[in-house]
Design a protein around this ligand. Sequence first.
Ligand SMILES: *[C@@H]1O[C@H](CO)[C@@H](O)[C@H](O)[C@H]1NC(C)=O
Ligand SMILES: *[C@@H]1O[C@H](CO)[C@@H](O)[C@H](O)[C@H]1NC(C)=O
Length: 463
Amino acid sequence: MEARLCLIFFLLPILSFLSLSDAHDLQIVNAERRIDLTSHIVKVFLTFKVENTGTSPASEFLLAFPPAQADHLALVKAAVATGKKKKKTYIPLDVNPTELPDAPNGAKFASISLKNPLNAGETATFEVLLELTHSLEPFPAEISQSESQLVYYHDSAIILSPYFIKQQTTFIKTPSTRVESFSRVDPTNRVGTELKYGPYADRAPYSFSPIIIHFENNNPFAVVEELVREIEVSHWGSLQITEHYKLAHAGARHKGVFSRVEYQSRPTISGISSFKHLLALLPPRVHSVYYRDEIGNISSSHLRSDSRKSELEIEPRYPLFGGWKATFVIGYGLPLQDFLFESPDGRRYVNFSFGCPLLETVVDKLTIKVVLPEGSQDPSAEVPFPVEQHLETSYSYLDVVGRTVVVLEKTNVVPEQNTPFQVYYTFKPFFMLAEPLMLASAFFLFFVACVAYLHMDFSISKS
Ligand SMILES: *[C@@H]1O[C@H](CO)[C@@H](O)[C@H](O)[C@H]1NC(C)=O
Ligand SMILES: *[C@@H]1O[C@H](CO)[C@@H](O)[C@H](O)[C@H]1NC(C)=O
């Protein structure tokens, strides 16, 4: 007993030392960061060559974010590179938000779990992709129809990290060569549409050096403030999708009057930051497509379909300028056999894509409602990232017990998240007969009533 206690007291400090040592025994030998500012979704590609300079294996690698950036972070993906130069392959790794007790200036963290711990003295190369939304601030905040849109981007010239970084360089790509101003943290260079910060050598953990870049960005700032996608499963052969959009232009607000004449006669200058149409990527074999708003059908949409995908080009009734909004509905049908499958354990599942079909669009609040056939039981959803889930019941024609609706909600959704998700459920085939049986019995009763009526004699006098 005593020996055991002794062992525990002896081991405890070592264990806590091990977990603490993780963060400080790693060092970044070389870091390269490429920030893509060409659309309104900021994409950051990071490559870290990491060395374990400690004595124990490391099982996680930490990413740090300034608090303002953490609020707009829509996606973090990480992978580890294996193999030599030509035959490099990338193995995806799990990333989870985490907290550190001694985080300076409210820095936020994400932890990358390493499948194979990094042994003392070894190096590994990690690739990280970050996507940030609402991170370009229009300045001036209001522009007229003939002006170009300018925006600010804030970041740090030095990569924020809990590790010592021996060598690092940052490249920033702007959409055009028009860059009004940029901070200098020497060495800083600008060539064409690329800004280069660094190389910087030997930066201590949590080094930070704020920079501001003021540049032109006339890409469509298409933001769906709210999107409700309803996916109705009918075992009679179809999947019916209805999507309710509240679309906004989140760029610099439009000021002054809108001149359609000028807009149409000088399309390359006038309203250059506005957008007229959007492209929706729909699954192949889509049918009965419609596109309407509160006034009615909008005919100005074009559907191109081939065996791999369908492209729907939609054109709202008016071009969208900064601060303008459009509300509309897109609906379509799909063959059920492309999306409904049976899993090995006998349950059925719907396999559909999460996210918004509009290209290069951010969704602030996305709600997906999967309406299962009447009589479905034990629904469960599998989504590759955390979402809010709950169940509802809806009623449609001829429903008796109602249909189970699996509701999934997520905020801050980017196109990268248009990945497949599944909703599993069990179903007794008997329920498929419920509605026809109900109809048949209704007709039967009606005929019985008719026959009875015809055989009755309502005359007063006997003929
Ligand atoms: C709207 O379009 C759909 C599909 O093209 C059509 O079925 C429907 O009748 C149209 N409605 C009106 C009011 O034109
Ligand atoms: C869901 O569909 C995608 C293709 O659309 C496919 O790659 C994936 O394997 C499917 N998932 C399941 C669980 O069937």
